[in-house]
Design a protein around this ligand. Structure first.
Ligand SMILES: [Zn+2]
Length: 214
């Protein structure tokens, strides 16, 4: 880029003296610094903290790296290990940004990864909802709970009880609504978790692509 500029200026000076008009070549807009992020930045993991906002980041999708490597080596526990009755994606014309797992009311819900509880509150749509921030930069959300067992700031390990399932908020029946998010953008939990078998599909790393974020 610098060489191109020097050449362009040189060409201008050279030809300019001879009375020939020279147009500068179009210079490409600078590309984003990070195309691939080897892991979530400290800012993503520790910053943008809110104990009240569902999305504490408010980062536009196009300013995120095209790919981010997510570590999954700190421990994992599937919050249930049952079939999914509603998958991620479009449903009845609306975007469903999580998966619905049919579990009887009162089923113990556990944190999928170790982390810190960012939000534990009641929301009109989500009912009782808990969002946990993980050290790998992901957040997981657990909604429609009948009971919340943790509060903002609580440190939880993978598999630790955080609440009981229910049907609070806008819910048509007892189930657990589970979301995985990166920088406030949801993506399909089934892209890296086999919910039926309660295992990770990819380990110890998972390449999260921006095109798969909503
Ligand atoms: Zn749902």
């Amino acid at each position: 880029m610098i060489i191109a500029k020097i050449l362009a200026v040189g060409l201008f000076l050279f030809l300019g003296e001879n009375g020939i008009e020279v147009e500068y070549p179009a210079i490409e807009a600078p590309r984003p610094i990070e195309f691939v992020s080897l892991e979530a930045s400290t800012e993503v993991v520790e910053g943008y903290w809110s104990t009240t906002e569902l999305n504490s980041y408010n980062i536009p999708l196009d300013s995120l790296p095209e790919r981010t490597l997510i570590r999954l080596e700190d421990g994992f526990s599937c919050p249930y290990g049952k079939n999914v009755f509603s998958h991620y994606g479009r449903r009845r014309g609306r975007n469903h940004n999580g998966v619905d797992i049919p579990v009887p009311p009162g089923t113990e819900v556990v944190s999928a990864f170790p982390g810190v509880v960012r939000l534990s509150t009641y929301h009109r749509g989500y009912g009782n909802i808990i969002i946990v921030r993980h050290s790998n930069g992901l957040e997981t959300a657990y909604a429609h709970l009948s009971e919340r067992k943790v509060k903002s700031g609580d440190i939880v390990s993978a598999g630790e009880l955080i609440g009981l399932s229910g049907s609070t908020g806008r819910s048509t029946g007892p189930h657990l609504h589970f979301e995985t998010l990166y920088c406030g953008h949801s993506f399909d939990p089934e892209s890296f978790i086999d919910i039926k078998n309660g295992t990770l599909l990819q380990s110890p790393f998972f390449m999260l692509r921006r095109e798969n974020l909503d």
